[in-house]
Design a protein around this ligand. Sequence first.
Ligand SMILES: Nc1ncnc2c1ncn2[C@@H]1O[C@H](COP(=O)(O)OP(=O)(O)OP(=O)(O)O)[C@@H](O)[C@H]1O
Length: 236
Amino acid sequence: MPASPSPEPASGRLTLENLALDHRDADGRPFRLIDIPLLAIEPGSRFGVSGPSGCGKSSLLHLVAGLLRPSRGRILWNDRAVSELSESGRDRWRRETIGFVFQDFHLIPELDIAANIALPASFSAWRLSGTEKERAAALAHRMGLPDPRRRAALLSRGEQQRVAIARALFSRPALILADEPTASLDAAHAAEVADLLLETATESGATLLCATHDPALLARFGQRLDLSRTAQRQAA
Ligand SMILES: Nc1ncnc2c1ncn2[C@@H]1O[C@H](COP(=O)(O)OP(=O)(O)OP(=O)(O)O)[C@@H](O)[C@H]1O
């Protein structure tokens, strides 16, 4: 039997401890992009990550998801140092814990809206259950996508963005990481999508970490991290 998405996420405290990320510039000189001495994000918090283009917002979300490894420091989920897990351990933790809204959506163009939304479930089961299909259709509907049979390849950027958000919410993750989730939306859709992200996070007790340039979206977060005040291209 395919597993249904669990109703309650395993909530957790996210701690960034002495976290740094270094890169090299085109001349091969190292520079420090991210430098966060300590940031503790309590379970169920909603955190907005801001700062100018190129300041490291996406990189921070990728670090938290374990898609990048820190140059220094640790990322803890409760007391577990997830940044120190093996690649397969991080993959498993990410699958079980995180819903990621990627900036460039990462949809599968050949699949329809419902199949893209339910993609997290198809990693653990050959076939989707009736409940999973209904949940995918319901999320599509809430996102203003009334026909879940349309192929992703045929969708506008704004529609693709809404599918990407629905997919991140599908498994009721304990930690939602959203990278510019309203960037391709008009003001009305952006406000609706922000409502849905925040409501869903509240309903399920999930922690939400959201990188955005959008002042209207940023204003909705009680807690904020301005990355322009962290490392910003110091020599590493
Ligand atoms: N592997 C890498 N090597 C060198 N530089 C990199 C590497 N990966 C990212 N960068 C640089 O790090 C900076 C931060 O990128 P990032 O995408 O995290 O910024 P951002 O704040 O999300 O930007 P935007 O708001 O435009 O999406 C960019 O200047 C990028 O070119």
